[in-house]
Each structure stands twice: as structure tokens, then as C-alpha cells.
Design a protein around this ligand. Structure first.
Ligand SMILES: Cc1ncc(C[n+]2csc(CCOP(=O)(O)OP(=O)(O)O)c2C)c(N)n1
Length: 574
């Protein structure tokens, strides 16, 4: 670069490129002139920049950064407009924090001064968007926050922000960017230097892992609960071998990522009930709420190990799941170490008889569960369409597919349930984070697809969740950026989850007696195929369960061969 300095607005982006950020998801505003000008200036001087993707709603932008991290393992940046843009992105920040997804969130800060300084307020929103504490909008979801004070701080602050975001436990960080500071020059030399700060990654202490192995190896009826996956491919494989070798059932109550193949002989489904009450030792793998204390109770004397990047989930004020042994670790390496420690124990003291007896009991339960899934598969075409039937048909359509060498990823947000999909691989499943900020799955799928364009990515969601995603903004961004995701709306014409919650709390209450539960119906249902077609997507409406398999084949062909986004609006009853 020839110039000695760059407008700080451009310097922010240039530094992000140096830090390995591929994309900045942007929604711009009147705080952006120094950013847009800085971008053009950097470009003119041939400075490396991340690709800036304009996204027409902030919730979509943050969700795309979330998905990009899922598929690439690398944090991305989001740049929003002052307090109003940031508040639209706040739900996405809460989701990212709950999923331990690192990202750099930034938003402009309305100019501080009213006159006599370059960048000062020019329009009434300069006053209207002023806040006493703009950062408060996202502070609880962020690990670190700061407001840029001087232009020369840009390189070091960004290094620090990203290193903190990527340290265990990972999560979003926030930087606010006052317009006057963005207008000032930032020396180029520091922008072009190599990153100066490495993230801190925590792996379990060998002593803690040895204690966990001793507890599990000595137990009569151990159980593993996993809710947020097994960390990485190696962790996934280690958990599979460990559960198999020791015949330990694995339950995925309310899972948001899969830790085990649905066809693994020790995978017992999502219901803690048959396993929790009789367990004498439990390994909880990175689970925010591994079971429901109001329904499921531990046996007296049961010992619990909690393992994960923040095993006590210190961000949440109330979470009183027992933890006799709390192991802070990145999940994948933690599981690999635990498998190794168990192997060493087995070599000293083979557990043969106990393990064989456990295997028989688990096999019986697994057989029963599989029979129920087979019945569903056989009967579904002739019944009113259910979410389970859609999941079964989708599972059949994607089984064995390896687009770009990778298994299909299915996202579900009140969409396809996990079990009937029969997914078997690490990374093949994502559900909305437990923060439940709906409108997550379609943007997240789009981010995944941007990071990994050859992989087949299918976003399945309820009609309510689809509308929360700002679908017009999603389809626009998908078309503009060639993001060929397949969207499947499981359209039951309302908020069934809310309906069930009302009847769960008041099974014979007044609300249960009318024709419809108030505040849960979304009639008349829009024509979602037309919403997608507005951005020239391939779209179909499917209301006959027997017609679904062929519709899925057509839609998959469009996204994989024509490489165009597609949507199926599937009318379901549950
Ligand atoms: C941003 C946001 N607003 C509201 C809610 C509350 N909520 C939870 S489930 C739900 C209904 C979702 O409807 P849909 O996606 O159609 O799935 P269904 O419940 O019908 O299966 C709502 C509104 C939420 N979780 N997030």
C-alpha cells in the first residue's frame, strides 16, 4: 500500500482481512460514509479487504455470520447501523452467545458533536439515535465490548476483540464505532502487521479426565447426556467408540446438534425418563439443560460429571443441575482424552460382564424405538402430513448424499424432528439455539452455504419461524449472493409450540375449551411459494404426503444442479 494512512472506517475492514475474516455482513446507514469511503479508498490502494455482503435485515446478517462459523470454524464480522440496527441484530447476538459462536459485532455510533468537526451530526437522526448506553442493547450477549476512541486503536482493538471472541468459551464481542473517529486517518503500517494476539483455548486437565474415567468405569448404570454435539469430528468419533466399548446409553434431550449417529447401537433417543432415574453416574456433555428437573429426577447418590467450555454455564443466573465433577474443556479434545483414559482403565481392569449386561438392556430399548420409527415410515404416506413424515422423507432423500464430499446438513427450527431423519454424521444436524430467538434457521443455513457452497444445506422450519426470519430479506440475499439453500416450511398455519404450552399448563382450562386456542393461529396463511418466487426461487406447495418424496427430489435437483435457491411450503397438521 502506497498511502501512509487509511480512513479509519476502511482501516477497520482492512484489519479484519489481515485477521482472516472472510466476510462482513453489513446493513448500512448514515453512520457509514467513512466506512463506504474508506472501503473505496482501500480498494483504490489495493489493500486486502473482506467481502462485504449487504443484507437487508440485521437479524438475517447476524444469523448468516452464525452459520458461516458453523461451516468454516472461523469467526466473521457484522457491521450494523447505530442503535436501531443493533437492536434489530440483538436477538441474533443472544442466539450466538447461547451457541458459543464467536463473531465481531460492530455498529456505528451517532456523531457525538453537533458542529465544527468533520463527521459531526448532519441530520436529525444524529440526535434521535443518541443513547446513554448503546452497548447495553447487546452487552449481556457479549464477552467483551468497547467504544473506539482514537483511529490508531483500530488494529490492536480488533486483534483483541477477535482473540477474546475465539477463546474458550467462545462468543460474540461488540465494538461501537463513533462516526467522527471513523473519519480520521489510521496509520497503515499497523494495519498490515501480522495478528498480535492468539485466542486462549482450554483443554481439560489430565487429573480431571482421570477422575471422570474412574467414575464412569466404576458405575453400574452410567448414562451420557449430550445436547450440543461432540465438538468436532474427532470428538464425535471418540464418543461413538466410548459409548460402544462401555455400552453406555447416549440420550440427546432437546439436542441442538448431534453428538452421535441416530443409528448408533447406544443412541437411545431424546427422552431422559427411562435412563435418568436409575443412573448411578452421568456424563453431561456440554448441555445447557440436559433434562427437565421439574419432570426428571436423579437417583439418590447419582454422581454427575459436566464437561464443556463452560460446564456450569456461568452466564445464566439460575441453572442448578448437579455437578460433582466440573470439567472445563473444548468438547472434542475433552472427549478424545476421556476415551483414552477409559481405554487405559479397561486395560488394567476389563469391565466385561457388567458391560455385556448393560448392552442387552440398551439394545432392547433401541429396538423398540427403531420399530416405532419403522411404523411411522410405513404409515406416513396415507395419513395427514406430520412433521415426522416430512423428516422421514427428507432423511430418505438425503441418505448417502455427499455433495462436495460432505454429508447434508439439516437445520430445524420447529421443523423436522431429529430421530426420523436418521442422520448419522457429525455436522449433519443443527437446531435453533436454546435462546430460541426465532428466525434463525434460514439465515444460518445461508451462512453455512456461503462458507461451504458444495454442501447440500436444508433449512426446515415452522411457518412462524419462517416469518420471523424476514423471508423477503433472506431470499433477496440468497439470490444476490448465489446461495442455493433448500428451505422447507412445515406449515401448520400457526404457533403449535405456543398452543402446546398453553394446554400443557392448563390442560382443562378455559383456553382449551374453545374451537381454537387464542393467539396461536396464523390464518389466513400466506402463500409462501410466492414469497420465494418474488426472488425467482424455485418453489412448490405440497399438501399430499404421498407427493412429498418426488417434490423433495425436484427441489434437491434445483439447489444442487441448477444451483438456485428453492422452497417447499409443506402443509402439515401438527
Ligand atoms: C423472536 C421470538 N418471538 C417469539 C417467540 C415465542 N415462540 C416460541 S415458539 C413460537 C411459535 C413458532 O411457530 P412455528 O415456527 O410455526 O412452529 P410451530 O410452533 O407451529 O411448530 C413462538 C412464537 C420466540 N421464541 N422467538
Amino acid at each position: 500500500m502506497s498511502a501512509p494512512s487509511l480512513t479509519a472506517g476502511g482501516a477497520v475492514l482492512a484489519r479484519l482481512a489481515q485477521l482472516g475474516v472472510d466476510l462482513v455482513f453489513v446493513n448500512s446507514g448514515t453512520d457509514f460514509p467513512p466506512i463506504v469511503e474508506g472501503l473505496a479508498e482501500a480498494d483504490a490502494h489495493l489493500v486486502d479487504l473482506p467481502r462485504a455482503v449487504l443484507v437487508a435485515h440485521e437479524h438475517v446478517a447476524v444469523g448468516m455470520a452464525h452459520g458461516y462459523y458453523f461451516a468454516s470454524g472461523r469467526p466473521q464480522a457484522v457491521m450494523l447501523h447505530t442503535n436501531v440496527g443493533l437492536s434489530n441484530g440483538a436477538t441474533g447476538a443472544i442466539n450466538a452467545a447461547t451457541d458459543h459462536v464467536p463473531m465481531l459485532l460492530m455498529s456505528g455510533r451517532t456523531p457525538t458533536v453537533e458542529q465544527d468537526r468533520f463527521g459531526a451530526r448532519t441530520v436529525p437522526i444524529g440526535w434521535g439515535q443518541e443513547m446513554r448506553d448503546q452497548t447495553a442493547l447487546v452487552r449481556e450477549a457479549c464477552k467483551w465490548d468497547y467504544e473506539l476512541r482514537f483511529p490508531e486503536q483500530v488494529p490492536q482493538l480488533l486483534d483483541r476483540a477477535l482473540a477474546i471472541a475465539c477463546s474458550t468459551p467462545k462468543g460474540p464481542v461488540y465494538l461501537s464505532l463513533p462516526r467522527e473517529v471513523l473519519c480520521e486517518p489510521c496509520p497503515i503500517e499497523a494495519i498490515e502487521q501480522a495478528p498480535a494476539m492468539a485466542p486462549a483455548s482450554i483443554v481439560a486437565s489430565p487429573a480431571a479426565i482421570a477422575d471422570a474415567a474412574e467414575l464412569l468405569a466404576g458405575a453400574e448404570r452410567p448414562v451420557i447426556f449430550a445436547q450440543r454435539g461432540a465438538g468436532d469430528e474427532r470428538g464425535f468419533e471418540a464418543l461413538a467408540r466410548l459409548a460402544d466399548a462401555w455400552s453406555i446409553p447416549v440420550c440427546q434431550y432437546w439436542a441442538v446438534a448431534t453428538a452421535i449417529s441416530a443409528e448408533h447401537p447406544m443412541y437411545v433417543g431424546q427422552d431422559p425418563q427411562p435412563w435418568l432415574g436409575e443412573a448411578d453416574a452421568i456424563l453431561v456433555v456440554d448441555s445447557l439443560a440436559p433434562w427437565s428437573p421439574d419432570v426428571h429426577r436423579l437417583a439418590d447418590g447419582c454422581r454427575v460429571i459436566q464437561l464443556g467450555p463452560n460446564p456450569l454455564y456461568s452466564r445464566f443466573p439460575v441453572r442448578n443441575f448437579r455437578s460433582d465433577l466440573s470439567i472445563t474443556t473444548e468438547v472434542g479434545p475433552g472427549l478424545v482424552a476421556l476415551e483414552q483414559a477409559l481405554l487405559e482403565r479397561a486395560a488394567l481392569d476389563p469391565p466385561a460382564g457388567r458391560v455385556a449386561e448393560r448392552r442387552r438392556r440398551v439394545a432392547e430399548a433401541v429396538d423398540g424405538r427403531r420399530r416405532r420409527l419403522t411404523l411411522l415410515a410405513e404409515g406416513g404416506a396415507g395419513e395427514p402430513m406430520t412433521k415426522a413424515w416430512v423428516a422421514h422423507c427428507l432423511g430418505v432423500a438425503i441418505r448417502g448424499r455427499r455433495d462436495g464430499g460432505r454429508a447434508t446438513t439439516v437445520l430445524s427450527e420447529l421443523g423436522c424432528p431429529f430421530d426420523p431423519l436418521l442422520l448419522t454424521e457429525h455436522g449433519s444436524w443443527r437446531q435453533e439455539p436454546h435462546s430460541g430467538g426465532l428466525g434463525w434457521s434460514l439465515p444460518c443455513a445461508m451462512g453455512m452455504k456461503l462458507a461451504d457452497p458444495e454442501r447440500l444445506v436444508v433449512a426446515t422450519m415452522g411457518d412462524g419461524s419462517y416469518m420471523f426470519a424476514n423471508p423477503v430479506a433472506c431470499h433477496q440475499a440468497a439470490e444476490a449472493n448465489d446461495i442455493a439453500v433448500l428451505t422447507i416450511v412445515l406449515n401448520n398455519g400457526g404457533y403449535r409450540a405456543v398452543h402446546h404450552a398453553v394446554l400443557g399448563l392448563y390442560p382443562s382450562g378455559y383456553a382449551s375449551k374453545g374451537d381454537a386456542v387464542p393467539l396461536t393461529e396464523l390464518a389466513p396463511s400466506p402463500n409462501f411459494a410466492m414469497v420465494a418466487e418474488a426472488s425467482r426461487a424455485y418453489a412448490e406447495t405440497v399438501d399430499d404426503p404421498a407427493a412429498l418424496p418426488a417434490a423433495l427430489e425436484r427441489a434437491i435437483r434445483v439447489v444442487t444442479i441448477d444451483r438456485r435457491q428453492a422452497l417447499l411450503d409443506v402443509r402439515v397438521v401438527d
